[in-house]
Design a protein around this ligand. Structure first.
Ligand code: KIV
Ligand code: ZN
Length: 516
């Protein structure tokens, strides 16, 4: 038996461009739809539902253009149970080498009475008529029982049998309103397989909405019960709470073959690019804790987890980030990070600090992590650069209090440690930075040294961003730069000034005559 005909092969039917596009605010233009369709095809999705051609000229054109460019995937269009819809749909998909018409009608008592205002027998006739007409135009016809999960079983069996008899090759039983629960939905699929006499002539398909957050669970339960096509969307986009998420379906099958022994043809390494493409185009962000594609899906924050990850990634990851198209997992550096993760991060950033310096840098990192939510790589670089000179510093920063505002000159009260001894003093200046630098001059006079550059920039975003300050000092034609980083710009300024000053003092020492 070929793999495509294998008993365990599940057809992946993507409806991002049809049901997904029905999400409020998710509409896409032609160029965007073509990009998404090309990536879906590259991913190995079996069927691409490209749109609802009767809905608008734009929808027709999109389906038509996607059909023209299609290669291996079946291109499908949606149509209600009317000749106009079906004719337009057939025209739209006509250029595709492999094409499908997907026609549907509601079968639940509620929908037939209030939405269609049709008696069940008329609905049954419409099933036969619509599928027969669609089959006169294309070979591959799918029929859906809208609101199938709330349809009376006897009537559903009659409709399914009629659709297959009229030529439908795929029978889809949507949980249109996301009402079903897994056992119940699986039992519905099993009931159809047991009771519909010609069911072996069609593939049973499922289409689950996520109103109760059960779309993926229902789809997988249905496959276990015998369904062999799953309709789903990238990022779980779709009407209301969305459809079953493609990435969750295929990764569940890839990760748990022991429980879900089914195959599919989706190249899962393209999941992340597809997710990003769809969210960029639609402007619908993926929630950070969304399974598989959320920003936090492969990010580890707690120290205990980070430690486990560094020892063996399987401790906290059930699938590799590479399997979904990410380069690697992230150890989020924050207040929960431990020493091991900090050391690992430094190594990645190119630092190899001796133990004592590492300890000191780690302590300062923890202080920084307490002061701001996320510590980015740039924060750590700034912090460690400041650390590296620390051993050679004659003048160290201890404390700074600044009073400033519109009421007069600024005053800085500064405490330094000079050659191991604390020294405190105050100075005034034209603004808080000038007052701070004057206080340094007062506590450690360094005549002949001039300030050449003072530059501030925020190394990370947000009002709690770490400021990185650069100070350039000059003496006798020699210049040195100092950098300081802190969430308080004035503390960063004092540190930057002192770093430059210490470098100058080291230079002075080196150039001094041997007996001086
Ligand atoms: O949710 C639904 O019932 C649908 C059908 C048109 C297949 O999207
Ligand atoms: Zn739907």
């Amino acid at each position: 038996m070929s793999e495509s005909a294998s008993h365990n092969r599940v057809v992946i039917f993507d409806t991002t461009l049809r049901d997904g596009e029905q999400s409020p605010g998710a509409s896409m233009n032609l160029e965007e739809k073509l990009k998404v369709a090309a990536l879906l095809e590259q991913m190995g999705v079996d069927v691409i539902e490209a749109g609802f051609p009767i809905a608008s000229n734009g929808d027709f054109e999109a389906v038509h253009e996607i059909a023209k460019r299609a290669d291996r995937a079946i291109i499908c269009g949606l149509a209600r149970a009317t000749k106009n819809d079906i004719r337009r749909c057939a025209e739209a998909v006509s250029p595709a080498p492999r094409k499908r018409i997907h026609t549907f009608i509601s079968t639940s008592p509620l929908h037939m009475k209030y939405k269609l205002q049709m008696a069940p027998e008329r609905v049954l006739e419409a099933v036969t008529d619509s599928v027969t007409f669609a089959r006169s135009l294309v070979d591959d016809v799918e029929w859906s029982a809208e609101d199938g999960s709330r349809t009376e079983h006897d009537f559903l069996c009659r409709c399914v049998e009629a659709a297959i008899k009229a030529g439908a090759r795929t029978i889809n039983i949507p949980d249109t309103v996301g009402y079903a629960v897994p056992d119940e939905y699986a039992a519905l699929i099993a009931m159809l397989l047991n009771r519909v006499p010609n069911i072996d002539q069609a593939i049973l398909s499922v289409h689950c909405h996520n109103d109760l957050g059960l779309a993926v669970a229902n789809s997988l339960a249905a496959v276990k019960a015998g369904a062999r096509q799953i309709e789903c969307t990238i990022n779980g986009l779709g009407e209301r709470a969305g459809n079953a998420a493609l990435e969750e379906i295929v990764m569940a099958m890839r990760t748990r073959p022991d429980q879900l022994g089914f195959t599919h043809h989706v190249q899962t390494e393209l999941i992340t690019p597809a997710s990003r493409l769809v969210s960029t185009i639609t402007g619908i962000m993926v929630q950070p804790n969304k399974a598989i594609v959320g920003a936090n899906a492969f990010a580890h924050e707690s120290g205990i987890h980070q430690d486990g990850m560094l020892k063996n990634a399987q401790t906290y990851e059930i699938m590799t980030p590479q399997s979904v198209g990410l380069h690697r997992s992230t150890l989020v550096m924050g207040k929960h990070s431990g020493r091991a993760a900090f050391r690992d991060k430094l190594k990645e950033l190119g630092y190899d600090l001796p133990d004592a310096q590492l300890e000191d840098a780690f302590r300062r990192f923890k202080d920084l992590a307490d002061a701001k939510k996320d510590v980015f790589d740039e924060d750590i670089v700034a912090l460690v650069d400041d650390e590296v000179l620390r051993d050679r510093k004659r003048v160290n920063f201890l404390n700074l209090e600044v009073r400033c505002g519109s009421g007069g000159r600024a005053t800085a009260a500064l405490t330094l440690e000079i050659d191991g001894t604390p020294a405190a003093g105050t100075a005034q200046g034209d603004g808080p930075v000038d007052a701070t630098f004057n206080a340094i001059q007062a506590l450690f006079p360094h005549p002949g040294v001039t300030l050449q550059l003072f530059q501030v920039h925020a190394v990370t975003q947000g009002t709690d961003a770490q400021a990185e300050v650069t100070v350039r000092l000059a003496e006798n034609g020699k210049t040195v730069n100092g950098q300081g980083a802190h969430t308080d710009t004035l503390v960063a300024s004092a540190r930057a000034y002192l770093t430059a000053l210490n470098k100058l003092l080291v230079k002075r020492e080196k150039n001094a005559p041997a007996d001086a």
